[in-house]
Design a protein around this ligand. Structure first.
Ligand code: GDP
Ligand code: MG
Length: 163
């Protein structure tokens, strides 16, 4: 059993950075649902001794585009549906934004196991956002730095607990 892990969250929280850190060999995507093929990436990856199937949700090419929120929601919902576990990222430096709450809501409705990751938590700048993350009501956030590789053993443990 190789768990399918969807990496979700609003733009710029570090989803692709985490995906790239965990990903090994890229997988071809065959998906004829309009509007999602373009941006979804999948890969097999590894964390410690754990094999993973990773689903990255999207580079949105224009953050100000009309209908973006609907597009993000649709993509995220498809990724969640395919996933065994979801990683919801927030930016611990930026704090909680309204869109983070939207994603948290989508997660709650999906009823899938979710691990809340407070990314960009390296150094002091991430501390306040880490505390804010509790307000999403998705349990205790795991502090990570996808860019610096911090918090990976805590992520590993959270995955073990969620499986
Ligand atoms: P995505 O839109 O959610 O996929 O976010 P990206 O992975 O493209 O990252 C957005 C920006 O955040 C980039 O400039 C990254 O270098 C930066 N970033 C990602 N992870 C970290 C981190 O752990 N710490 C810091 N300081 N920056 C990060
Ligand atoms: Mg991305």
């Amino acid at each position: 059993f190789i768990p399918r892990i969807a990496v979700v969250g609003r733009p710029n929280v570090g989803k692709s950075t985490l995906f790239n850190r965990l990903a090994g060999k890229p997988l071809a995507i065959v998906d004829d649902r309009p509007g999602v093929t373009r941006d979804r990436r999948e890969a097999v990856g590894r964390l410690g001794d754990m094999d993973l199937r990773l689903i990255d949700t999207a580079g949105y090419d224009d953050e100000k585009k009309e209908g973006l929120e609907a597009e993000m929601r649709a993509q995220t919902e498809i990724a969640i549906k395919d996933a065994d576990i979801c990683l919801l990222l927030i930016d611990a430096r930026a704090g909680i934004m309204p869109l983070d709450q939207t994603f948290a809501e989508v997660m709650r409705k999906a009823g899938k196991p979710v691990i809340l990751l407070a990314n960009k938590a390296e150094g002091r700048a991430g501390q306040s956002g880490l505390l804010d993350a509790y307000s999403l009501g998705l349990g205790e956030p795991v502090a990570i730095s996808a860019a610096h590789g911090e918090g990976m053993s805590e992520l590993y443990q959270a995955l073990i607990d969620a499986i």
